[in-house]
Design a protein around this ligand. Sequence first.
Ligand code: GTP
Ligand code: MG
Length: 372
Amino acid sequence: PEDIRVYEFAEACGKSPAEVITVLFGLGMMVTKNDFLKQDELEILGEEFGIEVTVKDALEDANYVEDYQEEEIDESNFVTRPPVVTIMGHVDHGKTSLLDKIRSSKTAASEAGGITQHITAYTIKQNNQKITFVDTPGHAAFSAMRARGASVTDIVIIVVAADDGVKQQTEEVISHAKAANCPIIVAVNKMDKEGANMDMVKAQMAERDMTPVDWGGEIEFIPVSAKTGEGIDDLLENILLQSEILELSADPEAKAKATVVEASLEKGRGPVATVIVQNGTLRVGDNIVCDTTYGRVKAITNDLGKQVKELGLSETGRVLGLNEVPVSGTIMVAQDSDKEAKDIATTRAEHARAKELSKSTKVSLEEMSGLI
Ligand code: GTP
Ligand code: MG
């Protein structure tokens, strides 16, 4: 993948670049006609235009460092892990408010140390069971994660405002969630508002193949209010039910593998990556590689801003110690030695550079031959 540009794709399927750009733009992906399309973007475009897209790598990637080397999997070490839940929905339908309300209602103020600002990811406990929440990383980041095979989300919550109903981005989110192939729960928010209409939302969703359980379908609709807190316990109970059905498990003893959901350069701290642990336990002192970046975990702060020594399965925290800011959606993997971590990152960087060079010097038909 990543070998075909927008205009080449357009040409290959008889569309104008503008048509292709418009579709992607509608999904929150900003591209120009010279940008390379990612696997998931190609899939979406294929769906949108009703064509089958298969992409073959024109460049032989055989020598590329084995991506995220899968360890020997020993299921005997597997334990149940908490679900990771992503909240998505139309602008202003209350994603952030809902997340903040859940967090504040489940975290004692003292524990949170008075932290009130919004954070991207956090873990709460409901009936002594953990749930990790992630705010919409934005469609683009969500797609990037999927494109990299990072299926960080176990369950998607689609927030729909009860007084506004299904909107354009709701529809986009539905198709993203379906593509991600994970269970969906619909949180019908703003139930406190005048004009809130649960049945309207259900009808609109049913039209889009999202039929409520009480209408004979499979999707749970939970009425909630991020303002009053109504329905939040129902929502959490429902998440735990879905999670039980999924039988999520992983190996806490394995080498740590975590997904970066956000990263930035912080003054005085260097690159900071917010991660969610998918397998193993991430510890201070671990040698890590994250795509083309690497380093040693210097410090970890949890979602309450406290320093911790380690992050367990499905837990989230901010990791210090990488040499550069990693891209969201990339996977952080612990390595046996600092040399190993550095070697992998360096080889990947070289490979990426070589590929970039070959792209700019040779955008040929050969590269496109695998398309369609
Ligand atoms: P974006 O991140 O911009 O897409 O929006 P969002 O989905 O995160 O929505 P946000 O939480 O920022 O809420 C948008 C507005 O709706 C804010 O003014 C909230 O106060 C209001 N709001 C959110 N939830 C509720 C609710 O349950 N009831 C009422 N009355 N207002 C709500
Ligand atoms: Mg928001």
